[in-house]
Ligand binder design. Structure first.
Ligand code: AMP
Ligand code: GLY
Length: 437
């Protein structure tokens, strides 16, 4: 039995808290969150609310607790050095130190690192500091470019040619907008193919690879609309995805291992936590879109539902550097996860609106995300509200269950009803076949 601290209060942290509380070792849970997530609170022995990026506040909050493992959910506390501070107190931490978390927090750090270790798997890119530089690179990339804010934007700072930007004039005005609030942004080559995520739990030496997952970043059906934090995701029974080859999975795993090695070398200490590789399966292999220093949300829900191994043990062994002693068991099931989000998300979300989750039954698991309690009523917090995750013998079966349940959540909300459906997956398989023909 351990006293385990979870930092964060979104759906991802609800999943982590739930899976740890399900473990055999009867851990006692503590949480420091930025809001009251009633579902996490219910699982906790103690719960504190405040600024989770404030290192002093975190250290003060734990003075009367006897924490034996800290699990950091979101990237924001990693970016301010919360992991470093807890480690300095002698607490085993699942989550990388600030310098290592740059693999997520700085797109330019990441591209520079990738350029030295795996240049063939990283798209053409450049850090842009003025419009003239942008104009020159856009001239080289033609119609195939993506423009990204250089910092943490929750998946929303990215605009893609053809989808969000329709000519170089629009591209330059987005660059101008980004350079007004930051000294730099990034322009890179647009990759064509199918996206997937592959996460690896590591203590810096041993790597345990998790199933490949496909998230859906666009807000609306048919992959239309603005980029979001992710509207839903699925995994297949074989822990790959229907449009990927075995070589794609091997390549993604190898890339993650190379990055884990390079991060240790570059920073002089091991990366302990989970490394999230965001990939594009392209015509001749796998290319890297991005790296994150934490679990993907919603992807973590798919992973939780098929990983049989005690999560708290996985996290602890990774945190103390003995991951080689753990093996992972996976259930041969498919999974589908769907999020409901407030009307207007991600641009101007309806915040503080009441939601009703009482109609959900136990054929799927419900995780609460950006919610709050107002006078005892559950209300939207502005970002992704709640997710249903279902498993099945096929993706189709899991989708049917998740869709039926997500429809039972009432409120001023919407969701994507195409995620995990056969027509959408068939489109993805065909697109991949055509690309690789
Ligand atoms: P990121 O925040 O880097 O994950 O980007 C958000 C989303 O933008 C990704 O999930 C992709 O859908 C898209 N995207 C980012 N970079 C690229 C790229 N180089 N080529 C094509 N699409 C991209
Ligand atoms: N689902 C995308 C992310 O967690 O970054």
């Amino acid at each position: 039995m351990r006293d385990i601290l979870i930092i964060g209060s979104g759906a991802r942290e609800h999943v982590l808290a739930y899976s740890i509380s399900e473990s055999d070792s009867q851990n006692r849970l503590y949480c420091i969150g930025s809001t009251v997530n009633p579902a996490i609170k219910e699982l906790c022995y103690d719960y504190t609310v405040g600024d989770i990026t404030d290192v002093e506040f975190i250290l003060q909050s734990i003075t009367s607790w006897n924490i034996g493992l800290a699990v950091i959910g979101p990237e924001a506390p990693l970016s301010t050095g919360v992991a470093d501070a807890l480690r300095a107190e002698g607490i085993p931490v699942f989550g990388p130190d600030r310098s290592l978390a740059r693999i997520e927090t700085s797109k330019s750090y990441t591209r520079d690192l990738l350029e030295t270790i795996v240049p063939e798997s990283s798209p053409i890119y450049q850090v842009i500091r003025n419009e003239a530089e942008a104009e020159k690179l856009l001239g080289r990339l033609g119609d195939y470019y993506v423009i990204k804010a250089d910092g943490l934007m929750g998946g929303k700072g990215v605009q893609v040619a053809g989808d969000h930007l329709h000519n170089h004039q629009e591209a330059l005005s987005y660059v101008k907008e980004l350079l007004q609030s930051s000294t730099q942004c990034v322009i890179e080559e647009k990759l064509i193919g199918q996206e997937f995520s592959l996460m690896t739990i590591t203590d810096g030496e041993t790597s345990i690879h998790l199933p490949a997952v496909q998230d859906h970043k666009r807000a609306y059906n048919g992959d239309k609309g603005p980029n979001t934090g992710g509207m839903g995701s699925y995994t297949d029974t074989d822990h790959s995805l229907p449009f990927l080859s075995e070589e794609d999975i091997v390549s993604a795993r190898e890339l993650n291992e190379k990055v884990i090695g390079a991060l240790a070398e570059d920073n002089g200490k091991p990366y302990r936590g989970v490394l999230y590789g965001g990939f594009m399966a392209v015509d001749d292999g796998v290319m890297i879109i991005e790296y994150n220093a934490r679990f993907g949300d919603p992807e973590v829900m798919n992973l939780l539902s098929v990983v049989q191994t005690d999560f708290s043990e996985l996290f602890y062994q990774a945190a103390v550097g003995t991951l080689k002693e753990v093996t992972i068991d996976l259930l041969p099931k498919a999974s589908v996860c769907k999020y409901v989000v407030p009307e207007g998300y991600p641009t101007v979300s309806n915040k503080g609106a009441e939601i009703d989750i009482s109609k959900i039954d136990d054929s799927c698991r419900l995780f609460l995300g950006s919610v709050d309690l107002k006078e005892g009523r559950l209300v939207t917090g502005g970002s992704r509200t709640a997710a249903c995750i279902a498993i099945g013998d096929t993706i189709e079966e899991a989708e049917r269950i998740a869709e039926a349940q997500i429809r039972r959540i009432n409120g001023d909300l919407f969701h994507r009803d195409d995620i995990g459906t056969t027509p959408l997956i068939e489109l993805r398989i065909k697109a991949m076949k055509d690309l690789r023909a």
